[in-house]
Design a protein around this ligand. Sequence first.
Ligand SMILES: [Zn+2]
Ligand SMILES: [Zn+2]
Length: 257
Amino acid sequence: MIFDCHTHTKFSADSTMGPRFALEQAERLGIGIIFTDHFDFNFPNPKYDFTFDVKQYFKEYEPYRRDGSRLRLGVELGLREDSRDANANFLKQGNFDMAIGSIHLIDDTDIYDRFCYEGRPKAEVYREYFRSMAQEASVQDFDTLGHIDYIARAATYENPEIDYGTFHGEIDLVLMTIIERGILLELNTRRLGSVRAMKELAPVFTRYKKLGGKYVTIGSDAHKSSAIGEYFDRANSFINEIGLRQAIFNRRQLEPI
Ligand SMILES: [Zn+2]
Ligand SMILES: [Zn+2]
């Protein structure tokens, strides 16, 4: 069964989706689903705090995760140097199936905040983005690297794409780091409606395969039920063409699909 490996429910500060709606939608699509609510610990900048009560999360959702159920329980950890201890402690508190690691900030500023880019050249900001991604991937504990092209969703540059041609050195370092540590690369389908976005992602995933990557997780980043499983047909043909396979995690053990 194919899984949507990146979804947000009401335990994420930016989603109101309840578990029943999400599971009903997954059932309609004939896919499995992993809830990966946000844990972004951002001391000393609490305005960006996206955290939740891990005990409450398992208390409420564990009953839906029976044997043979299409639900698994995960988390999306915000990767920052200051969040290393908090993330490690958080993971220990729950019996998670999978942890996504994601960069959501650059130099303490949210990637969705235009101040991230004002007065700074693209090369400088993107190098910092990939540098911190590689750095945190080298030390933090997680299973798959979330949305490598996240910055392209919000950057205010004329060409916001991650552009492997220009940033191949930085991107290679990210890919080599995750492969060495057994961390997978996520194909986030949020931007797959754009032919341009797919074209820009192709050399990144091709390089991942060439460097030894075998598996990817595929996730929609849905914050509402209608977005679950979005563009999965495109994602499947994309990874098949490159020769990669989808995998999921069960109690943090990799399971090829
Ligand atoms: Zn994210
Ligand atoms: Zn997300």
